[in-house]
Ligand binder design. Structure first.
Ligand code: ATP
Length: 456
């Protein structure tokens, strides 16, 4: 792994220490592959989702938003192919009782025998693996008070199908025609048994998916358009370009309905892995749902008199994986005045807190002026007030969560109503009049930004 890739242990420990992201159900000993987001984690994740909505419906006119149900009619998953084919091959060990993915029993996936961690499962002296069995990743539940009498339904394993089910309805009210898209953000659920790698692979996760419906002949052109647009988006979040790549799927990796798929990959601590998949799904989904439901899912172009089933380009991203990529890309350790600091060099627009307001001392009218400054800023950007501990410790606390600016109120502030603005990355200190502070910070927030880690 290159030196500029942080270890997962460091990310996990920072996230836990600062309550950004931590194991769920901890008082009961935790539950595999399930995490909770604390205050700063929620803010960071919300910034990712907001940036995605901005790119989908703020910056463009050809996409509309949708929020479809998590539990859909069970025939949805018959039509989509998930019921029959959304499976992983699993093996059980009769000795230790653990379950493993048969396709992950190699050094690359680093899955270890629980009894003898120096070897892969199946290679220990006592290992006794079963044959591989296909295991469906969808979570099942029952509608109705009595399990036996109720009907089996599934928690959605992707948000996309809800979009296809609503295609006709949306077409009816959205006053759009192909090319146009329907975008959705929401939770999906997969019964993943592979050990987690923190939030990279979890049982429940948020997806940001957009189905872009196009005339069949234009599908490839739009596929290329979305490859570029999505790579650009990650760079705009401040992720270093040399830690991002597009990887086209080989022919034998493609789903049966996809004519082309590429993954946006990030160089995580566990190597190059998928952040987002961008697929040319053809007309598979609409055709399947039309057949299973008996509804016509097509577009009639009144101008040309042409009737067709649109083809679909799908950029499908994970909020957790984007959040993890941001954390990994921003994590840094450096020295200030001989003291080590941990700092998240996040793009200011992604930082959970934009500005911390810190009175130098807790007396002489400084806290009062600091509250006034905090109130001046809080409606414009996420602001935090902190008066606890030495100023150095307070700076370190903000550095660790990636706050780009700390505003310090000192003795001089009370005389001339100026404050100092300390920059997280350059450590520069600017003296700014309180009245000019909102405009000063808003300009800094809007300014072009590039990771300072690139300069090293
Ligand atoms: P993988 O091959 O890593 O299992 P996938 O190809 O099955 O992922 P898709 O079905 O294309 O994933 O889902 C789109 C996106 O949703 C992925 O790129 C990823 O960001 C996110 N995602 C999928 N499964 C999970 C999971 N179990 N935990 C967190 N995010 C996930």
């Amino acid at each position: 792994m290159p030196d500029d890739v942080v270890t997962m242990d460091k990310i996990v420990s920072l996230c836990k220490r600062r309550g950004i992201i931590f194991p769920a159900s901890e008082i009961y000993g935790g539950i595999a592959n399930t995490y909770d987001y604390g205050h700063y984690g929620v803010l960071l994740k919300r910034n990712v989702v907001d940036a995605w909505w901005q790119a989908m419906i703020g910056d463009r006119d050809d996409i509309v938003a949708l929020d479809s149900a998590i539990i859909q009619h069970p025939r949805t998953w018959e039509a989509s192919g998930h019921l029959a084919g959304f499976t992983d091959p699993l093996v059980d060990c009769r000795t230790c009782g653990q379950r493993f993915r048969a396709d992950h029993l190699d050094a690359e996936h680093d899955v270890r025998c629980p009894r003898k961690p120096s070897v892969l499962p199946g290679q220990g002296p006592d290992c006794n693996l079963t044959e591989a069995r296909e295991f469906n990743l969808m979570f099942e539940t029952t509608i109705g008070p009595v399990q036996e009498a109720g009907s089996t339904v599934y928690l959605r394993p992707e948000t996309a199908q809800g979009i296809f089910l609503d295609f006709k309805t949306v077409l009816g009210f959205a006053r759009r025609k192909p090319p146009f898209g329907i975008a959705q953000v929401g939770k999906s659920f997969r019964n993943e048994i592979t050990p987690g790698n923190f939030i990279f692979r979890t049982l429940e996760f948020e997806q940001m998916e957009m189905e872009y419906f196009v005339p069949p002949d234009d599908a490839h052109r739009w596929y290329l358009h979305w490859l570029e647009a999505r790579m650009d988006w990650y760079e705009r979040l401040g992720i270093r370009g040399d830690h991002l790549r597009l990887r086209a799927h080989e022919q034998d990796e493609l789903s049966h309905y996809s004519s082309a798929t590429s993954d946006v990959e990030y160089l995580y601590p566990i190597g190059w892995q998928e952040l987002e998949g961008i697929a040319n799904r053809g007309n598979f989904d609409l055709t399947q749902h039309a057949q299973h439901s008996g509804e016509k899912l097509e577009y009639f172009d009144q101008q040309s008199g042409e009737r067709y089933v649109p083809h679909v380009i799908e950029p499908a991203a994970g909020v957790g994986r984007a959040t993890l990529a941001l954390l990994c890309d921003a994590y840094d350790e450096d020295q200030i005045g001989g003291e080590a600091r941990t700092v998240l060099k996040l793009h200011p627009q992604m930082a959970p807190v934009k500005v911390a307001v810190l009175p130098l001392v807790r007396k002489d009218g400084q806290p009062e002026l600091a509250h006034e400054v905090r109130n001046l800023l809080r409606r414009r950007m996420q602001t935090e007030y902190d008066e606890g501990g030495s100023i150095g410790r307070r700076y370190r606390r903000q550095d660790e969560i990636g706050t780009p600016w700390c505003v310090t109120i000192d003795h001089q502030s009370l005389e001339d109503r100026t404050v100092t603005v300390r920059d997280r990355d350059s450590l520069s200190q600017d003296r700014v009049a309180v009245d000019e502070l909102p405009a000063f910070l808003e300009a800094r927030l809007a300014a072009p930004w590039e990771s300072p880690k690139l300069a090293v």
